[in-house]
Write a protein that binds this ligand. Structure first.
Ligand code: CO
Length: 233
């Protein structure tokens, strides 16, 4: 690996490393950039990593799409330690998904997050795929959740001209469904009853302008349809 002594955006790079950088593989550049990133943080705040190593106290759980263009920390300008993150294709909250439920339980019961944000994004490939008749194998089962949202809203959706606009509206409707799915978990309802948190949020991110749109907010103890309401007495 090249030395990082002079790898800095404002300082000149050392001649020896410049030569090596040209032949560097893409993943090697990630490791080198990481060293520069860590060094920059320590220069600003020498205990930055030591503090984070001992405890994390994020206020937010983020449930977002796996899409590489929607990174939670970057688009909210937050630092490591501020957001607990779960990502999957098309940011779904599926009540049999052990991965999501484990993240949710840990975030709510141990980290005691105050807010849970479901963040979709316009131009979502998962949402668009769910609107087609393509057989995608295993992923059919995952996208089936979005097909159900389409089905229950098909009148509104099919009145929209243009496949992209229709997909964007389906993205919004799906985000609202996922927020409702969160509210219907015993994990969230328990915390609502005992600690009057977390607040649930549904947002959509615009890939073309970088802006987050606030779609829906559900405060603790919002009444739900009785069939989804757990009785903890
Ligand atoms: Co997506």
């Amino acid at each position: 690996m090249p030395c990082i002594l002079f790898l800095d955006k404002i300082q000149p790079k050392c001649v020896k490393c410049e030569i090596k950088l040209i032949n560097m593989k893409a993943y090697e550049k990630l490791l080198l950039e990481n060293k520069a990133w860590a060094r920059e943080h320590v220069q600003v705040d020498k205990d930055f990593f030591l503090r984070l190593a001992n405890i994390q106290t994020p206020e937010f759980l983020w449930i977002g799409c796996s899409d590489s263009r929607v990174p939670a920390n970057e688009i909210t300008n937050t630092a490591p330690g501020e957001i607990f993150v779960h990502r999957n294709i098309a940011n779904l909250v599926v009540h049999t998904d052990l991965n999501l439920l484990s993240v949710l339980q840990y975030a709510v019961q141990q980290l005691k997050v105050k807010h849970i944000i479901v963040c979709g994004h316009y131009g979502c490939g998962g949402v668009k795929a769910a609107m087609t008749h393509s057989d995608l194998g295993l992923i059919n089962k995952w996208l089936r959740n979005i097909k159900d949202t389409y089905y229950y809203n098909r009148k509104e959706l099919e009145a929209i001209e243009g496949i992209n606009k229709r997909a964007d509206r389906l993205t919004e409707l799906s985000v609202m469904d996922q927020v409702m799915n969160l509210a219907q978990t015993s994990i969230v309802q328990h915390a609502w009853k005992d600690e009057n948190r977390p607040t649930l949020h549904g947002w959509v991110y615009g890939l073309t302008d970088g802006i987050l749109h606030d779609l829906v907010k559900m405060d603790p103890n919002t009444p739900l349809d009785p069939i989804y309401q757990y009785d903890f007495t």
